[in-house]
Design a protein around this ligand. Structure first.
Ligand SMILES: C[S@@+](CC[C@H](N)C(=O)[O-])C[C@H]1O[C@@H](n2cnc3c(N)ncnc32)[C@H](O)[C@@H]1O
Ligand code: SF4
Length: 368
């Protein structure tokens, strides 16, 4: 089964660190955008049953609940969804309210992801978040009232963030019993205000080693609360792994609709334009960019995504599907990593050892 990603490129304000495709726009533009999105859903719709739908952004909760309901009606008209389909919406604390939560539930959305980032007011201000801790505390009990499956996004490696801040944020979030936590390490993106602030020495970021400490401390705190890591940055209670995430990591196929959205079908990757006006005015949905992945790229992607997960890389599947015997091709490197306890092989899966996850990028580099 395939997944569907729907991109909503609107935010009330641009966070200083964010380079995602999102804009501050009028209601009229939002309305036109949703109309175009529905046209694209009709164009791409196959009536097939979907494994998961992810309404992401940007900030989908910026849209009125009526527009979200319209999108969901189009999804169920042009594809098939049922109670087994995981349907997630990404939200911000300050653009959410009880009426929206009720409407999401009525529209069939069964999972919510809230961008919290930190519960330190000063840090939120420094990174240009529009919400306050108070707004989080107002909305969190309501999320709990309407949803039994929800994620909080948090970040590490933020300016002036300490180990204490990471633990404190996680502990405070746990009062609301989330089923899933995504803990992302800040990536300093070039086209952002934060990048310039760091370049001009106005802001200092924690050193790499300090971010590794924050990650390990965050991981241990999450473990204490019964969360397990199923991918480098993703943690959940058993049984609440996100189907949508897993589909990406297992190199499953997906449709993407909306400005900048990507699709992956029949070993081909397609992407839509990044330009909002071009997207709204487009006459057909010819991909802006299209590439057939070479077998080398397919192998590298499978290795990279597999090793990022707790389950690891399925060695025999890689051999069967892509005719690549990693134990033969990378025998010496793997032996060295096994001897130094960086990786292990269990039940036909090559895995990064738990205490070496923070150096996974360099391990992956050696194996591709
Ligand atoms: C694109 S946002 C969408 C959700 C929502 N707009 C929000 O920010 O709360 C999804 C997540 O991406 C993460 N993110 C965005 N920019 C990032 C960056 N430069 N480095 C690391 N994580 C980032 C944040 O954790 C954010 O919650
Ligand atoms: S982090 Fe989220 S809220 Fe902030 S600008 Fe990016 S998409 Fe918008």
């Amino acid at each position: 089964m395939r997944s569907l990603y729907i991109h909503i490129p609107f935010c009330q304000q641009k966070c200083y660190y964010c380079d995602f495709c999102s804009f501050v726009c009028s209601d009229d533009t939002q309305q036109k955008y949703v109309d175009k999105l529905i046209e694209e859903l009709k164009f791409k719709g196959t009536k097939e049953q979907l494994k998961s739908v992810f309404i992401g952004g940007g900030t989908p909760s910026c849209l009125s609940e009526n527009l979200i309901a319209k999108i969901m009606t189009a999804v169920s008209t042009y594809f098939e969804i049922n109670e087994t389909t995981e349907i997630t919406i990404e939200c911000n604390p300050n653009s959410l309210n009880e009426q929206k939560l009720k409407a999401y539930k009525c529209a069939g959305i069964n999972r919510l992801s809230l961008g919290v980032q930190s519960l330190n007011e000063k840090i939120l201000k420094t990174i240009g978040r529009i919400h306050t801790c108070k707004e989080f505390y107002q909305i969190a009990p309501l999320i709990q009232k309407y949803f039994s499956n929800f994620n909080f996004d948090i970040m590490i490696g933020l300016p002036n963030q300490t180990n204490f801040d990471v633990v404190d944020t996680i502990k405070k979030l746990m009062q609301f019993s989330p089923t899933h936590i995504s803990m992302y390490s800040l990536i300093l993106e070039e086209n952002t205000k934060l990048f310039n602030q760091v370049q001009n020495n106005e802001i200092k970021l924690p050193l790499n080693d300090d971010v590794v400490d924050q990650y390990i401390i965050g991981l241990n705190t999450l473990k204490e609360f019964g969360f397990y890591r199923y991918e480098i940055s993703n943690f959940c209670k058993k049984g609440y792994e996100s189907k949508h995430n897993l589909n990406y990591w297992e190199c499953g196929e997906y449709y993407g609709v909306g400005v900048s959205a990507h699709s992956y079908l029949n070993n081909e990757r397609f992407s839509n334009t990044n330009n909002l006006i071009d997207y709204i005015n487009c006459k057909n949905f010819e991909p802006f960019f299209k590439e057939k992945l070479t077998s080398k790229e397919l192998i590298e992607e499978r290795i990279m995504l597999g090793l990022r997960t707790e389950k690891g890389l399925n060695i025999s599947k890689l051999k069967q599907n892509l005719n690549y015997d990693i134990l033969k091709e990378k025998g010496d490197v793997i032996q060295n990593l096994l001897d130094n306890k960086f990786v292990k092989i269990e039940e036909n899966h090559l895995k990064i050892c738990e205490d070496k996850f923070y150096v996974s990028n360099s391990i992956i580099e050696k194996l591709i």
